[in-house]
Design a protein around this ligand. Structure first.
Ligand code: BGP
Length: 479
């Protein structure tokens, strides 16, 4: 018997810059990821200002969803998707972020996508900004470091809200807004990388600028929520956090404290603002110890208080350990690595697989906010090899997803209000951290490779048929 709500939103998630391609088609401008080269686990991607001859920029073609959307959405429908999380590429609508009028061809593309979803009864879940800042705003303003970005974002929001008001009900203001608490968030989400070229992870850190830029995103998020609530009462507005589940490596109280501080700084710092409407109690000490001064304009506190979200969403791939002991072994991870957990196995990219950590996280978050939750990213990035029959038998991916859904069910039984689940990269797409195609998450295989070759054809993996059964049984049949 299913423990999930009858209206549970099963689906999948993608981001425009990682799967649309058509980076300069129909009037689209260039966004930050369009300036990122491909890379790998061992050879990190770079950002370049000018496009280098002979260098591959994976977002430029990606998997060309732009021209394949009808077939792809039909495949999502075949799996039984109730929802599809995607983002709108800001530069399709406002190529430099500052035009007086939106780009009609860009708007028309998303009309086609949402209409196609509607045809199959799929509810779109739209991320307004998923690591897709117009590059022109980096060059001119140093991204979100400049408060004028708030108005430009609001202009973009007003345009898409009005255009899609009858087609989209669920909105997320910023993908993984807490990326801004980390050094390379400067490039990924804040766009405070004016003039920087080189390896993304090596971007020089300026913590003052980062936290001020993050404040501007909080204000923008709150304003978008307030505006939506005032003009479109049918909208449901959500936040989105890259959730860091951090365990103390040992029972040394110093490790326990260090783990709590990591959770505070990486998770609650942002979601307290977006869910409770104010900076958490520990922020003042954190700012003082890091020499950060947040400049607030009159009215900001009231805006944050009023602009709290209706539901909380997050990505969850893994957990880490935290320790104060210098000899511990480290591992990689989503946005942030950490210390190796001896009880867990890791993916080929070193991300530690921890389904129980998802139950723990759901409980932690729900206890703090009592808002409906949604897991909007989860999944296993893996190398897929075709079997002798030419098909992908991805039992490892099924195992990963099954064990996480089992723990979601436990959390629901614990009393958590869980409204949906959209595994990441439901169709293979470009990796955000490495720029690879080889790191695949999809239920649908895309014939596209790291050297840019491939005919872009789509094939169903074993996990496709498995997920179809899961959805049909509302999560009761995980066999
Ligand atoms: C999240 C991002 C996604 C996505 C995912 C998987 O941090 O929101 O955009 O890419 O991680 O990460 P990766 O692509 O690096 O494997």
């Amino acid at each position: 018997m299913s423990v999930f709500r009858d209206d549970f939103l099963w689906g999948g998630a993608c981001a425009a810059n990682q799967f649309e391609g058509a980076w300069d088609v129909d009037g689209k401008g260039d966004s930050v990821p369009d300036h990122c080269t491909n890379g790998s686990n061992t050879n990190p991607k770079r950002i370049t200002e000018a496009f280098e001859e002979g260098t591959l920029y994976p977002s430029h073609e990606a998997i060309d969803f732009y021209h394949h959307y009808e077939g792809d959405i039909a495949l999502f429908a075949e799996m039984g998707f109730k929802t599809f999380r995607t983002s709108i590429n800001w530069t399709r609508i406002f190529p430099t972020g500052e035009e007086a009028e939106p780009n009609e061809k860009g708007l028309a593309f998303y009309d086609r996508v949402f209409d196609c979803c509607k045809k199959y009864g799929i509810e779109p879940l739209v991320t307004i900004s998923h690591y897709e800042l117009p590059y022109a705003l980096v060059k001119k303003y140093n991204g979100w470091a400049d408060r004028r970005l708030v108005d430009l974002y609001m202009n973009y929001c007003k345009t898409i809200f009005e255009r899609y008001k009858d087609k989209v009900k669920y909105w997320l203001t910023f993908n993984e807004i807490n990326a801004g608490t980390m050094r390379f968030g400067a490039l990924l989400s804040l766009g405070t990388c004016q003039g920087y070229t080189g390896v993304g992870f090596e971007i020089p850190d300026d913590i003052q600028t980062r936290y001020q830029a993050l404040h501007h995103q909080f204000v923008a998020s709150a304003k978008a929520v307030i505006y939506a609530h005032e003009h479109y009462p049918q909208f449901k507005m959500g936040n989105m956090i890259c959730y860091s589940a951090a365990y103390p490596l040992t029972c040394d109280p110093n490790d326990v404290m260090a783990a709590q501080q990591q959770m505070d700084n990486m998770n609650w710092y942002c979601s307290d603002v977006q869910c409770l409407g104010e900076y958490p109690y520990f922020a003042k000490r954190f700012w003082a110890e890091h020499g950060i001064q947040i400049h607030m304009e009159p009215g900001d506190k009231e805006l944050l208080k009023k602009g709290t979200v209706d539901f909380y969403t997050f990505s969850y791939y893994m957990s880490t350990c935290v320790t104060t002991h210098a000899d511990a072994e480290t591992i990689g991870g989503n946005l942030l690595g950490g210390t190796k957990n001896p009880y867990l196995k890791a993916s080929d990219w070193g991300w530690q697989i921890d389904p129980v950590g998802l139950r723990w996280s759901l409980n932690q978050i729900y206890a703090r906010y009592h808002k409906p939750l949604m897991v909007v990213e989860n999944g296993l990035g893996a190398y897929d090899e075709k079997g002798p029959d030419g098909k992908i038998h991805d039992s490892y991916r099924i195992d990963y997803l099954r064990s996480h859904i089992e723990q979601m069910a436990e959390a629901v039984k614990d009393g958590v209000d869980l409204m949906g689940y959209t595994p990441w990269g439901c169709i293979d797409l470009v990796s955000a951290s490495t720029g690879e195609m080889a790191k695949r998450y999809g239920f649908i295989y895309v014939n596209k490779f790291d050297d840019g070759t491939g005919d872009l054809s789509r094939e169903r993996k074993d996990s496709f048929y498995w997920y179809q059964k899961v959805i049909a049984s509302n999560g009761a049949d995980l066999s």
